[in-house]
Design a protein around this ligand. Structure first.
Ligand code: M6R
Length: 365
């Protein structure tokens, strides 16, 4: 049932090109039109919302952070992304002018479900992005958008995350198009980019062996830092979560610009730092942060677009991803981080499919 792979996690990492394609294809036609038959939001609805909430937990929350960036940028509406367990108790301002998007692979996560119910009670419109047909969240939300990732067995979420990213991108682009807040040109450009991602993920999967070599370098580390700016910071959080949940190495994701406000004190000779530098508009800033930690002896593993080879001068190792816009980069940049976490964990002898203390679906608060 693992299809020849040692673990479900690895199988699911390798299923991503197909999962992403399955999520995209039924929603796009030949003319680059998005058809979200499952979502009934109208132009009038979109004009009415003055606030969007994106609520989720764990990996689904990290996917939600991309939704936040894209909706804020292209739909021109403020977005708050928050984890379910915080949102519920933070006296949120939410009313009939709000749209709540919940993201949940299982569709059963207690805190996400509670947030959804709270939104409905306050008269907000709700939209669920979930992978499980018939799940509680899918039944209770006003609209449902399914990620067609197929069953995800491993506790560490991989293909659910990439399909959530793609789903949120489609939703954001469709909203922007309906509301008239995106140019036709930009819209087409991003759709074409989405279409290219399955083949690009396939390319990244070919780096498996070389990423394993990088994993060997950090297998014995006690602490690992992930740094990045903007959308890279969101992906850094996902990479860090992946590593800690299956390898049990303490890891932390930091906004690269925040390092010098405290965390840089922890960098010593040999401390591994995974530096995400895939954002063109923030590239120089991130490289200067890399140099700062490099000067304190950090072992730098960078993640960059293929065109930025000069980053190797300030890095011990570099993992390259194919060229993609900043907006959609997480769909690619997370993949080397998943593979890295997988190899570090297996090299340490951990059971990656059943990490200690964790359940696949968290149905208690
Ligand atoms: O089923 P959900 O997407 O609602 O689950 C949310 C989190 O529990 C889940 O993503 C968790 O963080 C994973 N173990 C991460 O790999």
């Amino acid at each position: 049932e693992k299809g020849g792979y040692d673990h479900f996690m690895l199988k699911e990492i390798y299923e991503q090109p197909k999962a992403v394609k399955d999520t995209l294809s039924p929603r796009l036609n030949r003319h680059n039109e998005i058809k979200l038959d499952d979502i009934s939001l109208t132009k009038e609805d979109l004009e009415r919302f003055n606030q969007v909430y994106i609520i989720a937990c764990g990996t689904a929350y990290h996917a939600g952070l991309l939704g936040k960036s894209l909706i804020q940028k292209y739909v021109n509406v403020p977005v708050i992304a928050e984890v379910g367990s915080e949102f519920r108790y933070n006296d949120p301002f939410i009313d009939e002018k709000s749209l709540m998007i919940v993201v949940s692979q299982s569709g059963e996560t207690a805190d996400t479900l509670a947030a959804l119910r709270m939104a409905k009670e306050r008269g907000a419109r709700t939209l669920a992005v979930t992978n499980v047909v018939g799940s509680t969240i899918s039944r209770e939300a006003d609209d449902v958008f399914y990620t067609w990732a197929g069953p995800e067995i491993a506790v560490a979420s991989t293909k659910a995350y990439t399909t959530q990213l793609v789903s949120l991108a489609l939703i954001a682009l469709d909203m922007a198009n309906k509301k008239g807040t995106i140019s036709k040109e930009k819209f087409n450009e991003l759709i074409e980019e989405l279409r290219a991602t399955p083949a690009q993920i396939e390319e990244i999967l070919k780096m498996d062996e070389s990423i394993k070599d990088v994993a060997k370098v950090i297998t014995k580390a006690e602490h690992i830092f992930y740094i990045g700016r903007g959308i890279d910071y969101d992906v850094a959080r996902e990479g860090s979560l992946k590593l800690k949940e299956i390898s049990y190495i303490h890891s932390e994701a930091m906004a690269a610009g925040e390092l010098k406000h405290g965390t840089i004190a922890l960098i010593e000779d040999g401390t591994p730092v995974i530096a995400l530098a895939t954002q063109d508009r923030l590239y120089d800033k991130t490289v200067s942060n890399i140099k700062e930690v490099n000067a304190r002896g950090a072992k730098i593993i960078s993640l960059a677009k293929a065109k930025n080879t000069e980053i190797s001068k300030s890095s011990d190792h570099v993992m390259y991803i194919p060229d993609i816009s900043d907006d959609l980069s997480p769909i690619l940049s997370v993949v080397p981080l998943q593979i890295l976490a997988y190899h570090v964990a297996t090299l340490r002898g951990a059971d990656v499919d059943k990490p200690r203390n964790l359940a696949k679906s968290v149905t208690v608060e």
